[in-house]
Design a binder for this molecule. Sequence first.
Ligand SMILES: O=C(O)C1=C[C@@H](OP(=O)(O)O)[C@@H](O)[C@H](O)C1
Ligand SMILES: C=C(OP(=O)(O)O)C(=O)O
Length: 461
Amino acid sequence: MQNEGAFMSGHGDPIPMTSTACGPLKGTANVPGDKSISHRSLIFGAMCIGETTITGLLEGQDVLDTAAAMRAFGAEVTDLGGGNWSVRGVGVGGFAEPSGVIDCGNSGTGVRLIMGAMATQPITATFSGDASLNSRPMARVTDPLALFGCQTVGRTGGRLPMTLVGAREPVPARYVVPVPSAQVKSAVLLAGLNAPGQTVVIEKEATRDHTERMLEGFGAEITVRETDEAREITLTGQPELKAQHIEVPRDPSSAAFPVCAALIVPGSDVLVPGIGLNPTRAGLFTTLREMGADLTYENERIEGGEPVADLRAKFSPDMHGIEVPPARAASMIDEYPILSVVASYAQGQTVMRGVRELRVKESDRIDAMATGLRANGITVEDGEDWWIVTGAGHGNVTGGATCASHLDHRIAMSFLILGMAANAPVRVDDGGPISTSFPIFEPLMTTLGANVTREKTNLKG
Ligand SMILES: O=C(O)C1=C[C@@H](OP(=O)(O)O)[C@@H](O)[C@H](O)C1
Ligand SMILES: C=C(OP(=O)(O)O)C(=O)O
């Protein structure tokens, strides 16, 4: 990996971490801002005229890389401290040509949305990332961007690094998204922003709808028509986006970790306040409740047009496996790794189907979790788009193994949660990637009572 050249970014030397069984988890877990909304706040802010102000931005490495990218395209992005940021945008179509490579680090959302945003502007940009991002499929984005007139030059197989030559005279597109992906949908809509006329995106399975909601908030003309078969989104190109004030809600995908930890550690009672329950994101919580989790929604309210609640999770010794409806997959796609941990402590089988997309995330998440869970004494069967975890039940998860995190934050955090109630400690080879989405994971879990330690190594941190 070392000599894959100057375009390869990385997060530094591995940070092995170990999680050991702990007493009850108690207290309040204030998780950071939503990663999807944080990326979009910076990118949409950069495409406005005027100053967008943001509070509660997730200051994880993925989002910081997007902030740096927006600066490279000419926006003035300022960290005002305490999660407050400001973006002075350059307007739709106003991106400058970056002088260097756009390094999106570990972030699929960052690179795919930014590719969409620049694809209909008369500039050229080269994109790269870390070893994980450089192995992920990009043709799913560059194929539809070609319909607008954007050209791609790069490695065979549609992998980063690659160079995009934006369309000088963009045309609008009509595109049926072939995989359930909010990133692809969003890339096409962002490209449509600087194309004249109407761009239409059709998705057969509803995916997270932050782009649609936020573009409307920024003043774009965007309509969504829903039928039983599809969602059809129509965007009128070349609007003037108006700068906004954005309060980023807390991330349900990060909330999943303290919630699930509380469910499996005896005696726990944890409050996770202010979590968005947008139906396109909240599938995990529905699933946990169907499994018999003691998970309640307190103080339900609407904030910024989105349903929000404080989640209270208590130790749940009697959870049972269920068949997760495949139609729910998109609304909990990032939560399957941590669900498989809860499933390990439940009775019976948890069946997860229609989840092929898990194989092209930061890692092949089915393979990464199946391998690590088996090493810790859990029975897992898997196929191309499904996997089944047979729970050992409380007190019966052996633990004791080292798990590879494969540069994947969610894999690292999931195995550290597994160790919190296992009979022997669970170790991950590298907890470094956790900083991409949940930089305060370790102190926050420690404050609740978890026993997570970094190993002393001879490596420089
Ligand atoms: O649009 C987004 O912000 C995201 C979309 C999802 O990816 P896909 O579009 O690849 O499903 C998700 O896994 C990712 O964490 C964030
Ligand atoms: C899949 C994820 O992110 P991304 O695709 O942005 O790398 C994730 O955060 O779980």
